[in-house]
Design a protein around this ligand. Sequence first.
Ligand code: ADP
Ligand code: MG
Ligand code: ZN
Length: 470
Amino acid sequence: MTYELVSGLETHIELSTKTKIFCGCTTAFGSEPNTNCCPICIGLPGTLPKLNHQVVRYAIMAGLATNCQINNISKMDRKNYVYPDLSKAYQVSQFDKPLCKNGYITLDSGKKINILRIHIEEDAGKLVHERGDTFVDYNRGGVPLIEIVTEPDFRSIDEVKEYVEKLQLIMKYVGVSDCKMQEGSLRCDVNISVRPQGEEKLGTRTEIKNMNSFTFMAKALQYEYDRQIDVIESGEQVIQETRRYNDDTGETESMRGKEDAHDYRYFREPDLVTISTTDEEIEQIRSLLPELPSAKLDRYINEYGISATDAAIIAKYRKVAEFFDEACEGVKAQKIVSNLIISQIFRRFPTDGEKEDFEISITAKMLNDLVLLIDNGKLNMNLAKSTLEKMLDTGKPVSELVSEKDLSGVDESALRQICEEIVSANPSAVSDFKNGKTNAFKSLIGGVMKATKGRADAMLATKILEELIK
Ligand code: ADP
Ligand code: MG
Ligand code: ZN
């Protein structure tokens, strides 16, 4: 029998606010343990939380960017549980009135992954296991999170991966989070069940907690899919439970039985007022949203005529996309800009992280100046490429690196004369070419370029040489 994989995701994203959700402590990552804490965020009795408004604004932005409806009235609730990383023994979260609901993200196939809700909550501290002991670091306690919950809409590991990548990119564009999985600012709880192909009823699910790498997520899903099928095929039943992925063994292992909502004894957080947001405020926030990755991609492909692959490479990094957009200002052939970025500039930014940060030595305006010269036929491609190298090395604009003479190019009659000289000086290359050695042509073009110090228009030189040799 074949089994279908069914999965739904709960994704936690740390918001990029400067301070925590209910106090003024910094959210900075990587500080000495327990230095970014105060009586409020470790929950000492007698302290009172105060909601950071930026958290609400960011969460609304996240909701709007994922096609959610925003609830005008929303509230915070206490979710009670005991664990050493949570000194209050409750987490302030949202239960029945989340800030956002009913959104979706569209996959490349056109399939929509429905988002049930997005709510805001505080993060817990972190347990650090060292030298056989366990320590608690409360720095992360009270860092604002949004939790984005999907419907069980995923049918393959690839769909899960694509969704998380798209979600991550959208949130980075909107600027609500850096979504660094390795630093834990994006973590997924992955719910998975299997059912016989064609069956409507959902199978019993397990939940794999806290996945913060695409590789682990894929491995864990595959392992769990196989495991659940084995359980069913051996006549037993999958137990609803919370599991964790162990990278040493490549297996998922049981952590605890699944708790239901009523186990948490949710009740309204009495120390915080209702969150009320007017339609005007929501629209005002919507007007601040930047162009989203899917819209950019669409524009690059359909308006600029850039290949889908190249468009995706540019749109994958927000800073690169912004740089590209500015460099395209007034340019007729935007493809030149994307080619220069992908084939030449990216050589200096080999890793994903470097492209992400994109700390480039020239401004987008400088690249724009260079491309406008190419666009207007003032600078040939060879010279443009070598000029771009110099620009990247020195950070200088094109005006300081090429002379008026370079820009004037070589006019057609002068070029024709040079071509004639090259042809008569290289009879063997000419006869090689006539005998079908196409490479010989390159040496002739090379000769022309050398003679003109790279100023010749290579297309025109090719045309003239072809005429002369024929
Ligand atoms: P919680 O895990 O906090 O109890 P929910 O019951 O709302 O919360 O479900 C959490 C996630 O589990 C959702 O993303 C949902 O899509 C997913 N889910 C629910 N049922 C199944 C199932 N049978 N198979 C796979 N995923 C499921
Ligand atoms: Mg869950
Ligand atoms: Zn604090």
